[in-house]
Structure formats: C-alpha cells, structure tokens
Design a protein around this ligand. Sequence first.
Ligand code: NAD
Length: 294
Amino acid sequence: MKIAFIGLGNMGGPMAHNLHKAGHEVRAFDLSQPARDKLAADGVPIAADAKAAVAGAEVVISMLPASQHVEGLFLGAGELLAQLPAGTLIIDCSTIAAATSRKVADAAKAKGVAFIDAPVSGGTGGAIAGTLTFMVGGDAADLERARPVLEKMGANIFHAGSVGAGQTAKICNNMLLGILMAGTSEAIALGVANGLDPKVLSEIMRRSSGGNWALEKYNPFPGVMETAPASKGYAGGFGTDLMLKDLGLAQENAMAVKAATPLGGMARNLYAAHSLAGHGGLDFSSIIKMVQKG
Ligand code: NAD
C-alpha cells in the first residue's frame, strides 16, 4: 500500500519504520531535519515536504504533537486536504481534542476523504516493537480499510465508536497513567527516604496490590529499570509537556460533561508545576523529581 507518514518523532519514527519493514511503500516527512535524517538512515524514503509525501498515497498517517498541529496540517495554510483525491484514507494517530478530530473529519468527508482517529498507547517501546494499542474512532468500514496498516504497528486494535471516540478513550487512559505515575513516584520516594533500596521496594510493590504499568515497564526511579527513560536521564519517551496536554484535554472534557475528576485535576497541576520548573522536555516519569529529596 502507498502510505504517506507525517510526523517522525519519538512515536512516528519507529511506526513509519515498521510500515517500511513490512513492505509498504512509505513516503515520510517531518519538519525537523534530525527526525528526517534518523528515518533516512533506517532506509525509509523521505519526501521534500508534506505535499510531496501525500502525492499518490492511498493512506495518509499523521503522528503530531497536538490539536493545532493536526488542524494546521490538514486545514491550515498548506491545506493538505486540498491535495488529497476522494477515496484517500486519513489515519490520525496523534492525541488531540475529540472536537478537532471531528472538525478535520467533517472537512475531509465533504471532499470524499475518509478520516479515523487512532491514538495509541504503549509508549516508544511499543512503537519500536510494533505492539501498540490503537483506540479507533470512525466508521467500521474505514477501520477495516485501516486494519492491515494498523496491524503492522500494533498488537491491539479497539473500535471505541464514531469519530472522536478514540480520543476520548485515550484521554481517560492517560489521565489514569498521569495519576498512577505520580502516585508510584510518591511511594518509591517515601521508601527511599526511609532507607529502602528502590529496586527492592519496586519489586515488592510490583508483586503486591500496588502493582501497575509504571512498576512493570516504566519505573520512574533512575537505575531500577535499565530500559526506562529514568535510567537515560529522562530523555526520549513521553514528554512532560505532552502528558500535560493530555491531562488538560481530560479536564476540558470533564468540564464539558460535568464529570468529577479530582485526582485528574490534581495531576494536571502537578505536571504543570513540573513543566514550569523547566522539565517540560523531560520524560513524564521525571515527575518523581517533584517529591524526591535533594
Ligand atoms: P514528538 O514531539 O517526539 O514528535 C512529534 C513530531 O511531529 C516532531 O518530530 C515534529 O517535528 C513533528 N511535526 C510537528 N508539526 C509538524 C508538521 N506540521 N509537519 C510535519 N511534522 C511535524 O512527539 P511523540 O512523542 O512522537 O508524540 C506524538 C503524538 O503521540 C502526541 O500527540 C503524543 O501525545 C502521542 N503519544 C506519545 C506517546 C509517547 O510515549 N511518546 C505515547 C502515546 C501517544
């Protein structure tokens, strides 16, 4: 299949690479030169710009930071949507506001272009291994068209509902993730302040009733888990500012439907303070710095 892939960051880079390795005809683009160079070194063909990437593509995949980037790409100055012939399928894997997904989908539909929102979970490890979870919003027929492509990047594909529903599922998940990473950090910091070895304490909690994804795969304490961003100076991974964006989306949504999300609100403020302290570019597990001694 001819696929245009726009956005080659921590997630999009390995996802595009997996599609290339699976034999799809991928043409990729990112505004950042280092991101383009990294993919080119992996043998993935790079286009001169987004317009060149989508020329002749049957499927266009976007993996961008936030709502304004997705809206800007498809409906903004470049108006990529105007370049796409009827029958093209857009798969937006970015985590953005459900309302933005619906706005882009409506504009696409008016041109005969199909759109699904397909945000992901599983982190950069899942993106590299091709084991992501996709949460899809859109028509069932469009999801079936996308499925052979999604299967090359992920292990679980869920149909959450109509356009925007994938985004709603994603912000519920990430609100929980933000809360549990902050809670896990607090618990480890408390143990360490009492002289416990963070590795031993983490293993005790992992196998006890406090066990969770952070303890299984993404321990926030440096040195406990070799592969986790915490052991690499919190570089790469999932940026604090991206987590802050997702917690903000959850709060906006909660206000719109009058839901009570007290811990989600507290988590948003914690990550906002962490970002203000200059840590917005570090992986979100660096939230442990908020509660660590020294
Ligand atoms: P990132 O910042 O590493 O990468 C985003 C890339 O998009 C950058 O390379 C940037 O140059 C590029 N970009 C921005 N605007 C562009 C445009 N108009 N045209 C071309 N390229 C453009 O972000 P990431 O970690 O890859 O995350 C991408 C999305 O996936 C976000 O919405 C994030 O919330 C979500 N997400 C991230 C993770 C994770 O663990 N990193 C996990 C799940 C979901």
